[in-house]
Design a protein around this ligand. Structure first.
Ligand code: SF4
Ligand code: SF4
Length: 86
């Protein structure tokens, strides 16, 4: 089984660095366990008043660790679709 560090490296490698991701935290579900903040490899998340919040949205690499680790299913990470002119 992959350890967390190896998982992050693989996800970062297969993710195009210029892609943008939107991290959403459902504050009604967050119990403030700190897991997402502790494991985010890019310090995107931080705690504020015992709840997680998105502090550095542009730094997200879309590794999904926060979404996977959150025990309360409070986080969703989605790729921001790029608009192309016709
Ligand atoms: S892992 Fe989930 S419950 Fe824990 S602080 Fe982060 S958002 Fe909140
Ligand atoms: S997907 Fe989650 S854990 Fe990964 S960089 Fe973005 S905010 Fe951090």
């Amino acid at each position: 089984m992959l350890d967390v560090h190896t998982f992050v490296i693989i996800m970062y490698t297969v993710t195009v660095k210029t892609r943008k991701f939107r991290v959403t935290i459902d504050q009604n579900r967050c119990k403030g366990c700190l897991l997402c903040v502790a494991f985010c490899p890019k310090q995107v998340l931080e705690m504020e008043k015992a709840e997680a919040r998105v502090a550095e949205p542009d730094a997200c690499i879309g590794c999904l660790l926060c979404e996977i680790l959150c025990p309360d299913f409070a986080i969703s990470v989605n790729k921001i679709e790029e608009k192309h002119d016709a």
